[in-house]
Design a protein around this ligand. Structure first.
Ligand code: B12
Ligand code: SF4
Length: 453
């Protein structure tokens, strides 16, 4: 039988902000990578297992892997779910599969995960072109073939080899349509009132800004003169219209979650797309992360009204802080009260839009008083909901230091793998000492119940 490349999103705690039917979004990275493999590597079978969406626990997942016997397993997690990702890696190794890791977390801890021996190859940055070349090289079973694939790290004996940065795709319209057909699409938002039958979709990659704490512009940044610089790329409105048409007509989708780091970074694309949708008499609910200053800009140009008319009804505004000096330290811009003005504008002129303001607390300069002051000021804004996200020294950002890597993570992942093979049901919850370790990365999840066992 032809070799199988299986992308796996393992079970994990429920994201507390959304209900069970919308806590997990279609894993767009896997759908996009799978589509690239399917188009360019003939003879390779490609599949995706999204365990949380399928309410699949560890015992079922372990059984599925044993029955599928994949040759390659792809993982890509947020920092907060890295233990779950490495637990799959450990399971995969036991089955003799090669493990490929990518995404905004593994890209930036390649040395650590490769040295731990649970992962064979780490893909850095944008993945589609790299994974195609990588699959071809892996089929040769020769480390020298891997050396010619740009944008990866792998282990050769004791040495970790980094093959150098890959150029970004010059045109996102070249990407194949994401392989939504490999996902159980009916599961996403199946029972949701707020995000009914939803899909994740991207209008672009990267960002035109370079906020100090943010990993997103770095993950899709352009490598220039020895460092990454912000680089925003967008798909054409026609291509986006086609994606939405297929999502609505073929997959019955009724809500779009834009995954763009900053959906309104580009001043033209959202409005041009909205205009195309309206010309076809299509409206569809939409949620997006946005910058406050661009909301004001797009209101003034009339673009925001077009987006509103096409169905946009949920705004996540990355406000971070309200104090001018703190905003300047974070490199966020918006130093002239843009956040308060944008919140007031949405409240007054776009009443159907549910507004979320996202704030960072726990900066190195914070004190109990400054956090209390932030909390009170945030509550005074005319927002529907305020989100307080702890400042996290994410790998890839300047606040991360290699000493923060928790060396017990691979050991715990391997121990949990044993557990997955032996037990069913709630007994396979991570042991307490692991939760204490992972709380260093994301305190909230230390208290989260594991919902998808
Ligand atoms: C959708 C989304 C969610 C959804 C759904 C998550 C889910 N589990 O279903 C919701 C809203 C629930 C959510 C919640 C959270 N999220 Co979130 N989320 C995203 C978002 C917006 C989109 C991801 C996406 O589809 N991107 C589009 C794809 C195409 O891009 P990509 O993932 O970068 O993939 C490309 C490459 O990176 C690479 N690649 C990626 N994976 C892999 C794997 C392999 C094998 C290979 C080869 C390559 C590869 O190739 C891809 C194609 O080029 C990202 C931001 C972003 N724009 O990426 C944040 C993001 C992933 N989330 C983030 C965070 C922090 C969280 C939360 C912890 C927030 C919180 N404080 O509570 C929670 C945790 C959720 C959980 N436990 O599951 C951070 C992660 C940072 C980090 N380094 O860990 C991100 C990057 C946002 C940010 N502000 O920095 N999230
Ligand atoms: S505007 Fe948002 S996505 Fe862009 S760099 Fe800043 S925090 Fe990241």
């Amino acid at each position: 039988m032809n070799p199988l490349f299986l992308f796996v999103r393992p079970p994990r705690p429920l994201w507390p902000l959304n209900g069970p039917s919308t806590a997990f979004w279609p894993p767009l990275a896997f759908a996009s990578l799978a589509a690239a493999l399917r188009e360019h590597v003939p003879g390779l079978r490609v599949a995706i297992t999204d365990a949380p969406a399928m309410s699949m626990g560890w015992a079922t997942l372990a059984r599925q892997l044993r029955s599928l016997q994949p040759d390659y397993i792809g993982i890509g997690e947020e920092a907060v779910s890295c233990v779950e990702g490495l637990r799959i890696a450990s399971l995969a190794k036991q089955l003799g599969a090669k493990v490929v890791a990518g995404g905004c977390f593994f890209s930036h801890v390649a040395h650590h995960v490769l040295s731990a021996g649970l992962v064979d190859v780490v893909v850095h940055g944008e993945g589609e072109q790299t994974i195609v070349e990588l699959a071809q090289a892996l089929a040769e079973h020769n480390p020298n073939a891997l050396r010619s694939v740009a944008g990866i790290s792998f282990r050769n004996g004791e040495e970790v080899v980094f093959t150098g940065w890959r150029d970004l795709l010059p045109d996102l319209d070249l990407l194949p349509f994401p392989a939504y057909d490999l996902l159980t699409m009916e599961k996403y938002g199946g029972q949701s009132r707020r995000h009914p039958q939803f899909a994740s979709i991207e209008s672009g990659r990267g960002c035109s800004h370079g906020c100090q704490f943010c990993v997103l512009w770095r993950q899709m940044g352009r490598f220039h003169s020895g460092r990454h610089v912000p680089c925003l790329r967008v798909k054409s409105p026609d291509r986006l219209l086609e994606e939405i048409r297929i999502l609505m007509d073929r997959f019955g989708r009724r809500y779009l979650g834009w995954v763009d780091p900053c959906f309104n970074a580009d001043p033209h694309t959202p409005a041009r797309l909205a205009d195309l949708l309206l010309r076809q008499n299509r409206t569809i609910g939409q949620s997006a992360w946005l910058r406050a200053d661009h909301l004001l800009r797009d209101h003034a140009s009339g673009s925001l009204k077009l987006c509103y008319d096409s169905g946009w009804n949920e705004a996540y505004i990355g406000i971070e802080r309200l104090d001018r000096e703190e905003l300047a330290r974070l490199g966020k811009g918006n130093l002239n009260g843009e956040a308060a003005r944008a919140a007031a504008l949405l409240h007054a002129k776009y009443p159907r839009v549910v507004t979320f303001g996202s704030f960072i607390y726990g900066l190195p300069s914070d004190s109990p008083e400054s956090v209390r002051a932030l909390f009170r000021a945030a509550q005074r804004l005319p927002l529907d909901q305020v989100l307080f996200i702890p400042f996290t020294p994410l790998p890839g950002t300047p606040s991360w230091e290699p000493r923060m890597w928790d060396k017990t993570v691979p050991l715990v992942s391997a121990a949990l793998r044993q557990n997955a093979c032996r037990t069913r049901g709630p007994q396979s919850s991570p042991p307490r000492h692991h939760l204490e370790h992972s709380s260093a990365l994301h305190p909230r999840d230390a208290a989260c119940p594991v919902s998808t066992q």
